[in-house]
Design a protein around this ligand. Structure first.
Ligand SMILES: Cc1ncc(COP(=O)(O)O)c(C=O)c1O
Length: 498
């Protein structure tokens, strides 16, 4: 036992071993009934897992020539009945890795669809560690509480937001809902207990805000009919004058403005609403300003895109998904709030089974109860790579979008549908012989997914079907952009001539 401990400690990082018991490494039998769920040979399974992970990481380093189809053996595995008896853990792990290898992974450098990620390697390590300890942040968890707090502060510092409190959530949807519930309690005190009690409230956003804002308004009892989806300006942004008029009309009609949800990067085109002018309106009218930066807010940390976010510091709340442009694994989103106590006003409560103690339980500031230590991924990533690397990576993806837009603009076979603000580009293929361009571009996106060299999806801009590419993956290179355009031309010409 002693020699095993010292050989494995030589592979450990400097200066730390887990506290086991008063004797150091225990020589007693493991604590648990016979057959309790532990792996028979942990080190062998960990070795097998680390090989599988290393193979996957290697496969992410280069684009694949095609995506593998789901093979017959995998289909067979996935039709197996519930196993009654143990299977070999190493074989089971290998099956799991094979299934994932035959799935769509946003970690691949030519995954350009929706809003992807990078799947930073350090995030995998953090996930494994966090799952090992399985800390529950519903209640106080000692050092993990401080780590979560520090990660919130680091993100706020990174994007330049004067955050007083914040929390990690499962995604942009829940972060937006958390923001609206907080704003609702501020606008209609007591609403969380009494309901609307005959009162009406409204939320304001642009036509192109993410659907999670509508869903959050529905879940918060505000109602989607009370989401005022306002027309866009020429840069696809909310117009502050229209916003003020809509708020004034509601106030005159006895509808209470609950929140303005400004975009810190729309999903469709990456548009950033004019935050400073919107903040003026909100301050004048006494309305909560929430910034949905699930996708775009990390760009506020960069020299290139930072100025677009002027006024962010005046927002009452802002959200950001670290599982998008900060390159981490799902799920890792944050809500940041400017004023201390606002979250507790919306969620604070005491239960007979979760008592208020000297330190408040996190559940008094969050919508979720049981919460994993999502922040560990971000904390470890900032420490491992440094904020400067994130800034550089994000700037490089902004450059990729400019490169693609330039390539499209310079090519008579393609059309740019709108100038990219951040890292999203919407464009169309225009082969001469095709009359129905909507159908052609829809088919082209589907053909690209089928072909497997690049991954993107079609989208609709002003009712016109187009190809939409979003660069958030730190593995994507400049030559990948040129390759993507060449591949789309090849596939597009093939469809057009079929
Ligand atoms: C702007 C915006 N807000 C909210 C969301 C929802 O985020 P999630 O999918 O993490 O719930 C998205 C997702 O793409 C988004 O782009």
């Amino acid at each position: 036992m002693q020699s095993r401990a010292s050989s494995s400690s030589s592979r450990r990082f400097r200066g730390w071993t887990p506290k086991v018991d008063s004797d150091g490494v225990s020589e007693r039998e493991p604590h648990g009934p016979p057959g309790y769920p532990a792996l028979a040979d942990r080190e062998a399974v960990l070795d097998a897992l680390s090989r599988l992970i290393a193979d996957a990481w290697r496969s992410f380093e280069h684009p694949r020539p095609e995506e593998p189809a789901i093979d017959a053996e995998v289909r067979e595995r996935l039709a197996d009945p519930l196993p009654e008896h143990p299977l070999d853990p190493a074989q089971t792990l290998a099956d799991a890795a094979r299934i994932l290898d035959e799935s769509v992974s946003p970690s691949r450098p030519l995954y350009l669809g929706y809003v992807g990620s990078t799947g930073l390697e350090v995030g995998v390590l953090a996930e494994a560690l966090a799952a090992t300890y399985d800390v529950n942040l519903a209640v106080t968890a000692r050092a993990a509480d401080l780590l979560e707090r520090q990660a919130v502060e680091w993100v706020a510092e990174f994007i330049g937001y004067p955050c007083a409190e914040g929390a990690f959530t499962s995604g942009g949807m829940i972060s937006n809902l958390t923001g609206l519930l907080t704003a609702r309690e501020r606008a209609l005190p007591g609403c969380r207990a009494e309901g609307f009690a005959g009162r009406r409230g409204a939320v304001y956003c642009s036509e192109e805000s993410h659907h999670s804002v509508i869903r959050a308004a529905e879940a918060a009892g505000i109602g989607s009919d009370f989401v005022r989806r306002l027309a866009l300006d020429a840069r696809r942004r909310l117009r502050p004058t229209d916003l003020e008029a809509a708020i004034a009309a509601d106030q005159d009609a006895g509808v209470v403005p609950i929140a303005v949800v400004a975009n810190g990067g729309t999903t469709l085109t990456g548009a950033v609403d004019p935050l400073a002018e919107i903040a003026e309106v909100c301050e004048r009218r006494g309305v909560w300003l929430h910034v949905d930066g699930a996708y775009g807010l990390p760009a506020a940390a960069t020299g290139i895109a930072g100025p677009l976010f002027a006024g962010l510091e005046r927002a009452d709340s802002a959200i950001l998904d670290a599982h998008k442009w900060l390159g981490l694994q799902k799920s890792c989103s944050l809500i940041l709030v400017r004023e201390a106590g606002a979250l507790e006003q919306a969620f604070g409560h005491e239960e007979s089974y979760i008592r208020r103690e000297a330190v408040r339980n996190a559940v008094e500031r969050t919508l979720e109860y049981s919460r994993p230590l999502r922040s560990l991924k971000l904390w470890l990533a900032f420490r491992t790579h440094g904020a400067a690397a994130f800034r550089a990576w994000i700037e490089r993806t902004l450059g990729l979008a400019r490169r693609l837009a330039d390539g499209v603009r310079a090519d008579a076979d393609f059309e740019l549908l709108c100038e990219p603000t951040l890292s999203t580009v919407c464009f169309r293929h225009l082969p001469g012989a095709v009359t129905d361009l909507d159908q052609h571009n829809t088919e082209l996106a589907a053909a690209a997914q089928e072909d497997g060299r690049i991954y993107l999806a079609s989208a609709l801009v002003d009712g016109r079907a187009c190809l939409r590419v979003c660069f958030v993956n730190f593995r994507t290179r400049e030559e990948d952009v040129d390759f993507a355009l060449a591949t789309l031309r090849e596939l597009g010409e093939r469809i057009a001539s079929a």
